[in-house]
Design a protein around this ligand. Structure first.
Ligand code: IPM
Ligand code: MG
Length: 290
């Protein structure tokens, strides 16, 4: 029987990270799941919490109020294109079809229509053929969404603009690899990797997962921030139209931050110590009593 949705946590293990000849890696399982479920659209909101703006390495005035969504293509590009590796040479193919590009751009436009009607298509069309097709398709689609201001940005420039002027962005849409890299950068705007949720949607059962990987070094220490995971649950509810439930989870998260019930990496100096379990329990209590 199909599940209606999957709530996923994270994969990864350092014992594989520095072993280029490992035959099997935990990441393969995650990629296979994304591919098999046809989850081509990964929605990664980058939002700031007022009480955490000082946690960003960027200046407060730059990040306060920053709020954009990165739509990352998730089942194509270099992650899945033909690969080859021997001891002398190796390659990955950044393969995209028109159909794959059209459907992800459509998701980008739909989000832009529901938000501030500004879509930034991020590519590397000055160098990559795959990116030139992205830009061509985007230019063909743009007139169908006259209410949306579409702009095109090279990924190197986008990486710079994100830290120079994060408030410039409303919705950004990009290929798999660029989206992976840019969203880690996005977490610096928010202040912690432990704060960014995501929704992977497409043809079959959607998967809701934090953008962070696993953190094996923190195993058993009760210090990992559960908020990205909890906010992924909010996205899950919202996906099914349960707006109130989603809003309540978000409210509980903000309340926990305001009450300084935070994991160590975002705790205020001299603030009380809370672990993963404490934060989770506090939020559950807040929601049950609401
Ligand atoms: C992510 C992660 C994954 C990715 C890894 C774990 C394969 O970094 O979801 O961003 O690269 O897609
Ligand atoms: Mg990543």
């Amino acid at each position: 029987m199909w599940a209606d949705a999957v709530l996923f946590s994270a994969v990864g293990d350092p014992k594989f990270d520095n072993n280029p000849s490992a035959k099997v890696r935990p990441e393969q399982g995650l990629l296979a799941m994304r591919k098999k479920l046809g989850l081509y659209a990964n929605v990664r909101p980058v939002e700031t919490f007022d009480c955490l703006v000082h946690k960003s390495p960027l200046k407060e005035e730059l990040v306060r109020g920053a709020d954009f969504i990165c739509i990352r293509e998730l089942t194509g590009g270099m992650y899945f294109g033909e690969k080859y590796q021997d001891d002398e040479k190796a390659y990955d193919t950044n393969y995209y079809t028109r159909k794959e590009i059209e459907r992800i751009l459509k998701v980008g436009y739909e989000y832009a229509m529901r938000r501030n009607r500004h879509l930034t298509v991020v590519d590397k069309a000055n160098v990559l053929a795959s990116s030139r097709l992205w830009r061509k398709v985007a230019q063909e689609m743009a007139p169908k969404y006259p209410e949306v201001k579409t702009d095109y940005m090279y990924v190197d420039n986008a990486a710079m603009r994100m830290i120079q002027e994060p408030k410039f962005f409303d919705v950004m849409v990009t290929e798999n690899t660029f989206g992976d890299i840019l969203t880690d950068e996005g977490s610096c705007i928010t202040g912690s990797m432990g704060l960014l949720p995501s929704a992977s949607t497409g043809e079959h059962t959607p998967v809701f997962e934090p953008i962070h990987g696993s953190w094996p070094q923190a195993k058993g220490l009760d210090i990992a921030n559960p908020l990205a995971q909890i906010l992924s649950v909010a996205m899950l509810f919202e996906y099914f139209g349960c707006k109130e439930e989603g809003a309540l989870i978000r409210k509980a998260v903000v309340a926990s931050l305001d009450a300084n019930v935070r994991t160590p990496e975002i705790q205020v100096e001299g603030g009380a110590k809370y672990g993963t379990k404490d934060v989770g329990a506090w939020i559950v209590k807040y929601i049950t009593e609401a």
